[in-house]
Write a protein that binds this ligand. Structure first.
Ligand SMILES: Nc1ncnc2c1ncn2[C@@H]1O[C@H](COP(=O)(O)OP(=O)(O)OP(=O)(O)O)[C@@H](O)[C@H]1O
Length: 613
């Protein structure tokens, strides 16, 4: 037999102990195997092993003192004349019990919050690394993104169930203590009833655990849908108010909640029925025991006092078994929550080859190319045979009718999605072969999606510095801000660069947010710059100042690809690529392309799709 470390052994035994090999997860196919979730739980539990062991030990001591309490009281009554020495012993024992209770509370309660925090931090960190997924089905997309509320509730469930495991010590000591004392009181009665009680309890625990895990999965899926709905509405509260949709949205939320109410009611009915059966069976066993016991008393094989004492001790066994039956469903529910969290963590792990090559350090601008790229979100292809080459430092406007795939092409460069076929290269290296984190350091971006720029940071300065590769100096922040035509309006604010931007930038106007988001992209000084409609909504003077600052020739100018409908920007770029039918159909300088009156660019201009700014 090969030697196993205690951690591996526990992992192997755990499913057997808790009987939760449930299929479950039918509604959430992305769920990973249960043993991965157990390993994840154990990884969080491992650093807490010392306080948890201390707490469990203290609990065992407190349980022992509880067992002894009756005997101490009896002794106090029977040996009143011995007086002080017996009382002192009892007081010492009670003191030990109280101390053990205190140690148990401190150990478990402080562990609880640490466990919760360590799980929450890991899940949050994983969510930050989550990549978007192509999904033609909206429900599928939302299933992949656990809502914050459901993640919080899963973290709380996990931390709770781990702490509830302390009750195993309590129940185990009740079962062992009860068994020993009841066999000592009457082995005949015990031999008749013990196997029945224990087998019944184990079956009850097993069935309860399986059922609870399944209903917890279904409940979590419906709650998830409701909380994702609520989060989305609360995030866009303005829309709800302006379109007077409060009542309708509340009703819709109510319908989603009804689904979880139905599942919970069904599971409550099943639990109620099994309680009824268990209760009736337990009382029937008691009745049988009472009748058997009275026959033994009648035959003189047992005294009435011994029979009473037997029932007293048997009640310990009953309480222990009853507790165990109740605990197993909670364990199953906790493990199901751990499985959901582990799948979130797994989704956030970067799938990178260990030896992914990196390009030499920026900031030298890099050439980029698309070669016969095909890409689809669902059935219809968005890009079909898309080819485009940009020399290092070139500025190119990507032009086309709305929905032709400009943003999608930029997102492929960011590796938000993978191509169906074709090649994308950066600096001559195949994009898919480069380390994903490295790709992101090579590219700076002005919101590609979602297109309304959000700002993250407490102040203007920190919102701009968010884009920097490392620490950003005051001078760098101001330089980026000037290049993005933001410096003048920032300086007019009493707090200057310390002006708060609010949540997501809500304290800034649309145009201000736009310019700060551009400053955030420029401060990165990456070799490639991707801009998606950077001037939409800006006035003509600001838009042309911005175009001048970003596109003017300079040695360190990044290779710049701009998806735009702005004529001012298109004219300022060195080259233009016109997209139609998922491919580049016209390529050259603006002046060259516009001379072809039947060409694609001229047609787009005639259609009124392009704007002056
Ligand atoms: N995440 C997504 N999932 C599914 N389909 C998408 C997704 N993003 C975009 N699409 C679809 O892909 C097509 C191309 O969209 P894309 O945003 O690339 O166009 P665009 O040329 O940038 O449009 P616009 O000029 O209006 O910004 C559209 O039909 C759009 O509905």
């Amino acid at each position: 037999m090969t030697a196993q470390c205690p951690k591996t052994l526990v992992l192997r035994l755990w499913p057997e102990l808790t009987w939760t090999h449930v299929g479950g997860g039918e509604r959430r196919p992305q769920h990973r195997p249960m043993h991965e979730a157990d390993a994840w739980l154990l990884r969080h539990l491992w650093p807490e092993l010392a306080p948890l062991t201390l707490g469990a030990g203290a609990l065992a001591v407190a349980s022992f003192v509880n067992f002894r309490t009756g005997a101490q009281l009896k002794q106090a009554i029977e040996s009143a004349e011995e007086g002080r020495s017996s009382a002192a012993r009892s007081l010492l024992l009670f003191g030990l019990g109280a101390l053990a209770g205190c140690v148990r509370t401190i150990s478990f309660d402080s562990t609880s919050e640490r466990l919760r925090a360590s799980m929450a931090v890991e899940v949050f960190a994983a969510r930050l690394l989550e990549e978007p997924q192509v999904s033609s089905d909206a429900s599928g997309a939302s299933q992949n993104k656990a809502s914050v509320a459901s993640m919080e509730s899963d973290v709380a469930l996990c931390a709770d169930f781990i702490l509830k495991l302390q009750n195993l010590v309590r129940y185990a000591s009740s079962i062992v203590g009860g068994t020993v004392t009841m066999f000592r009181a009457s082995w005949k009665l015990s031999a008749a009833v013990w196997p029945l009680l224990v087998t019944g309890a184990l079956h009850g625990a097993r069935a309860g655990a399986k059922r609870s895990a399944k209903s917890a999965e279904a409940l979590a899926a419906t709650r998830e849908e409701a909380s994702a709905f609520a989060e989305e509405r609360l995030q866009h509260l303005d829309l709800v108010r302006w379109f007077c949709r409060a009542e309708e949205e509340a009703q819709q939320f109510g319908k989603l909640c009804d689904a979880s109410v139905a599942i919970a009611s069904r599971s409550a009915r099943v639990r109620g029925a099994s309680h009824l059966v268990l209760d009736w069976a337990a009382k029937s066993v008691l009745l049988g025991l009472a009748s058997l016991g009275s026959q033994l008393v009648a035959r003189g094989e047992l005294t009435a006092g011994e029979l009473t004492s037997y029932f007293f001790h048997a009640s310990f066994l009953g309480l222990g078994l009853y507790g165990l039956v109740g605990l197993m469903p909670e364990v199953a529910v906790g493990r199901a929550a751990a499985r959901r969290l582990e799948s979130v963590v797994a989704a956030g792990r970067r799938k990178e080859a260990a030896d992914s090559p990196s390009l030499s350090k920026p900031p030298a601008p890099l050439p980029l190319s698309f070669e016969d790229v095909h890409f689809r979100y669902s059935e219809a292809e968005v890009l079909s045979g898309f080819s485009l080459q940009l020399a290092a430092g070139e500025t190119c406007a990507l032009v086309g009718l709305s929905g032709c795939g400009k943003t999608s092409a930029l997102r492929l460069l960011l590796r938000d999605f993978e191509t169906s076929s074709g090649k994308i290269t950066l600096g001559g290296q195949l994009l898919q072969m480069l380390d994903l984190a490295h790709v992101r350091t090579l590219i700076s971006v002005f919101p590609v999606a979602p297109q309304t720029p959000a700002l993250l940071g407490t102040s203007v300065a920190s919102a701009i510095a968010f884009g920097a590769s490392g620490e950003a100096s005051k001078e760098q922040i101001e330089a980026a801000s000037k290049a993005a035509s933001a410096h003048d309006f920032v300086k007019c604010r009493p707090q200057g660069y310390e002006t708060p931007v609010g949540r997501g930038g809500e304290l800034m106007s649309g145009g201000e947010r736009q310019r700060l988001a551009l400053a955030r992209a420029l401060i990165r000084e990456a070799p490639i710059l991707l801009l998606d409609e950077p001037t939409s909504g800006l006035d003509a003077a600001t838009a042309s100042a911005l175009a001048q600052a970003v596109l003017s020739p300079r040695p360190s100018r990044p290779t710049t690809l701009i998806a735009t409908h702005s004529l001012a920007l298109i004219r300022s770029c060195e080259t233009v690529a016109v997209v139609s039918g998922g491919r580049v159909v016209q390529r050259g300088s603006f002046s060259e392309l516009i001379t072809d009156s039947s060409g694609h660019l001229a047609q787009i201009m005639r259609s009124g799709e392009l704007e002056e700014t």
